[in-house]
Each structure stands twice: as structure tokens, then as C-alpha cells.
Write a protein that binds this ligand. Structure first.
Ligand code: DC
Length: 228
């Protein structure tokens, strides 16, 4: 019998965490949880309710509304992954826009938001057999995870990947906007007081600037097989 493990993948934005996590989950028959989608969904909720815009942020009202936010993932077989459901509405495409990316780091700094989401994430991973990606998975959510990966790539490469993805979805963004957002989020994610992005001491660092998806996947699958 093979034992189920917990795989924690952390790293900067657009380092291919979700691509790798989805590949691993499919191969191993594990659940995949994209925790960034949860922070993005709360950001979308804040935008829809007028709590945040370019020159205004009503943090207290958002904190008071947190109990009205229900988040869940729903597996869509036709897509091969689970989409984010915010209060019974599929928001998978709305949460990926540059506008949401522009506000999400401010929302992810709020202690009450993090406490709510970390609790939900720990509950989802109770039975192991899970691949979870984010910024604090190996350090805060699952410090006992059997395999921890810390992904990195240079900012130019990451911005290009995110830009190509947005353009292919029909978004009208400039490369400069995307690059600035990547650099700004790197700074906020690594400098916030609560659960900043740091490499867990026992995490394996992967810089995939010059690696293909296939090379990266087989490298990580070997690591998993050694542990299982
Ligand atoms: O992975 P992503 O780029 O979709 O994540 C969006 C933002 O959410 C990211 O800028 C930081 C925040 N985040 C976080 O603080 N902790 C997590 N576990 C996941 C994401």
C-alpha cells in the first residue's frame, strides 16, 4: 500500500506552481488546492461590495463581512481542475484579472482574512493526499508536510508567462503593467508582517527560469516517489 502525503508548494507569483500542482495531483490521484484563488475570491468580494478601489480601502467593513463569504472549489471534469465558487457563483475567470491582481496583496495582509483561510485550508488537508500551492503552505498551513517545494524564476520570465496567459484570454493589458504588478506583489508578499513568503528550512528550491514543464515534473515526481 502506498501512503498518502501532503505536498506543499510555495513561491513567487507566476512561477508555475499551479501547473506543477495540477500535474502532480492528476498523476497521484490527489486533491489540488490553489490557495491564491481563495485570496483572489475575497478580493473580488471586496471589490464587488465597494470596500476597495484605487483610492479607498474600508478594511473594517471587509473584516465584518467575512462571515458572509462562503468559498468552495468545484471540480469541472471538462476543464480537468476545480473552479472557485464564491457564494454559489463560479468566479474562476473574474478572479484572474489584472484588477484583482492589483488589490490581492492588500487583502492577503489582513490577519482575519488569513486566519479564516488557513483554517479552511487545514481542514481540506486533514486526510492528506493533497497538493496545495500558495505562499505560506510549508511554513504555516502544513509545517509537517512530507514534501515542500519553493519555486522561483526571474521576474522578467514570470511577467512574460502571466502576460501571455492574460492576452490569450483576451485581456487588454500591457507587458509593463503585468511586470510592475509581479514586482510589486513580490515585494508585498515577502515583506508583510503576517506569514510572509519565505522558504521553509526543509523546502527544496526549484528555479525553473530555464526548465521545461516536463523536466520540472519528472524531477519532482522522482522526489515524491522516494518519499512514498
Ligand atoms: O498564487 P496567486 O498569484 O494567485 O496568489 C494571489 C495573491 O494571494 C498573492 O499575491 C499573495 C496571496 N497569497 C497569499 O498571501 N497566501 C497564499 N497562501 C496564497 C496567495
Amino acid at each position: 500500500m502506498t501512503s498518502k502525503i501532503t505536498i506543499a508548494i510555495d513561491g513567487f507569483s507566476s512561477t508555475g506552481k499551479s501547473t506543477l500542482a495540477k500535474q502532480l495531483a492528476k498523476e497521484l490521484g490527489y486533491a489540488y488546492v490553489d490557495t491564491g484563488a481563495m485570496y483572489r475570491a475575497i478580493t473580488l468580494f471586496a471589490m464587488q461590495n465597494g470596500y476597495i478601489n484605487n483610492d479607498f480601502f474600508d478594511k473594517e467593513s471587509l473584516i465584518h463581512s467575512l462571515s458572509f463569504i462562503r468559498l468552495r472549489f468545484k471540480f469541472r471534469p471538462e476543464l480537468g481542475f476545480a473552479v472557485m465558487i464564491l457564494n454559489d457563483i463560479d468566479v474562476e475567470s473574474e478572479i484572474r484579472t489584472i484588477e484583482v491582481s492589483g488589490f490581492v496583496s492588500k487583502i492577503a495582509e489582513i490577519d482575519e482574512v488569513r486566519a479564516k483561510l488557513v483554517e479552511q485550508q487545514q481542514e481540506m488537508g486533514k486526510g492528506k493526499g493533497i497538493v496545495m500551492d500558495g505562499r505560506d503552505i510549508g511554513t504555516v498551513v502544513f509545517p509537517e508536510a512530507e514534501l515542500k517545494l519553493y519555486m522561483n524564476a526571474n521576474a522578467q520570465t514570470r511577467a512574460q508567462r502571466r502576460f501571455d496567459e492574460l492576452v490569450s484570454k483576451g485581456d487588454t493589458v500591457t507587458f509593463e503593467e503585468v511586470y510592475n504588478n509581479v514586482v510589486e506583489r513580490d515585494y508585498i508578499d515577502t515583506h508583510r508582517a503576517n506569514s510572509p513568503l519565505v522558504k521553509a528550512v526543509d523546502a527544496i528550491e526549484i528555479d525553473n527560469s530555464a526548465m521545461t514543464r516536463g523536466e520540472q515534473f519528472s524531477f519532482v515526481l522522482d522526489l515524491v516517489k522516494k518519499i512514498i
